[in-house]
Design a protein around this ligand. Structure first.
Ligand SMILES: Cc1ncc(COP(=O)(O)O)c(C=O)c1O
Length: 389
């Protein structure tokens, strides 16, 4: 099923956030490589389902059958893609993933308890807890020689120290935005062994799990480790990244543990109201009929990663090949730039990336770059990065 690429001009004219949200100081053209959107049209099956819903007049309030249909499609996808057998009754429809994180902090952790966030981290993980009166404990992750040959790894001692300091929640992003790591079952089990020593929950953000780039890479949900792990895990996922429909909120929270599910239902059931009908219909179509298309997207992103890795080889840019997601993490500490890499990339080379400083303290010389683009754009992004050295 061919994936339809949009051209730079189309994306600018259509006015997508990724392509119009950042401009170059000199007004020159910009390649959008920041916010988590893809430069591809969504899967035809998803587009057809959403258009069909509009044509059928499904533009009113959320129909009562929708949450159940989403839960069944989510369970079917999780089983077929990852072999996780779930009871659809254990899956909740929510507006999107970040409100689920908010609800977890607000309603399921002790007031004011800190939140442990391994860094580098998706930016809102570092700001949302503070907005709710919960301090963030940033735990810089292990990197390079210190990361067991994996590029990046969680610092379990740091996470333990955060829990020891009273944290009530650990946020685990897998696949990991921005490093692209897919945490292994063994890594998750080691984390769970730490969390189990404390009265704490894990927010497992698995929004990027459809985007495992190599089919040979196994993906395991934290909650799947054991019933005990499930009893402390709020798992959030969505079709919004994998099928590029983030503007139509609809996400899922998976709660296999009865007691935790009961707590969620008492305090956070209202989150289902924010899900859009069209987004939920898109998610159902994605999970049930969008798999061939998704496989092709994963292959395209993997190809882009190879293009970039080849181009950057031998340069001072620190680039770990992502195993999942199209978001990638580039280190410029050895490049001797005059300023922050994202500023230099934008002003000198016309690439709009995310500034590393927003993803955690100590990452000022890093940038997050989105490779969900055409192979040609990926090559131009790599060339642009080399041009600022
Ligand atoms: C790891 C991660 N979690 C959550 C979100 C946002 O999810 P939502 O739009 O469902 O709130 C993103 C978006 O980029 C993300 O990368």
């Amino acid at each position: 099923m061919p994936v339809r690429f949009f051209t730079d001009d189309h994306l600018r004219e259509a006015g997508s956030l990724k392509w119009t949200g950042m401009s170059r100081p000199d007004g020159g053209p910009v390649i959008g490589a920041w916010v988590a959107e893809m430069d591809f049209a969504t899967a035809p099956a998803v587009a057809d389902a959403m258009k069909g819903a509009i044509d059928s007049g499904l533009l009113g309030y959320q129909p009562s059958w929708l949450a159940g249909a989403v839960a069944e499609a989510t369970a079917s996808f999780q089983e077929e893609r990852f072999g996780w057998s779930l009871d659809p009754d254990h899956i909740r429809l929510v507006a999107s993933v970040l409100p689920a994180l908010r609800a977890t902090i607000e309603h399921l952790t002790a007031p004011g308890s800190p939140v442990v966030v391994p860094t580098p981290a998706y930016m809102p993980f570092l700001t949302i807890p503070g907005e709710l009166g919960h301090p963030v404990i940033e735990v810089p992750s292990r990197h390079g020689d210190d990361a067991d040959g994996r590029g990046w790894a969680l610092d379990l001692d740091g996470i333990r120290a955060g829990l020891e300091a009273g944290a009530g929640l650990v946020v685990v992003c897998n696949p990991w935005n921005p490093t692209g790591r897919v945490l292994t079952r063994a890594e998750l089990a080691a984390l769970d062994a730490v969390v189990a020593d404390y009265d704490a929950l894990v927010f497992a953000d698995e929004i990027h799990s459809p985007l495992i780039l190599d089919p040979a890479t196994a993906f395991t949900s934290y909650a799947r480790l054991s019933p005990e792990a499930a009893s402390r895990a709020v798992t959030a996922t969505a079709a919004s990244k994998g099928w590029n429909i983030a503007g139509l909120p609809s996400a899922q929270v998976i709660l296999p543990d009865g007691a935790l599910r009961e707590r969620w239902d008492e305090r956070a059931a209202h989150l289902s109201h924010g899900a859009t009908t069209i987004g939920a219909i898109g998610a159902i179509a994605a999970y049930r009929h969008g798999i061939d298309w998704l496989d092709e997207v994963c292959a395209i992103v993997a190809g882009n990663v190879a293009i970039v890795a080849d181009a950057l080889a031998g340069s001072p840019i620190d680039f770990t090949r992502p195993e999942g997601t199209y978001l990638t993490w580039w280190g410029f500490a050895d490049a001797g730039l005059g300023g922050a890499p994202a500023d230099e990339l934008l002003s000198r080379a016309g690439v709009a990336a995310n500034a590393g400083r927003a993803l955690g303290a100590g990452y000022e010389q890093w940038a997050r770059i989105n490779l969900a683009c055409s192979p040609d754009a990926a090559a131009r992004i790599a060339e642009a990065a080399l041009s600022i050295l």
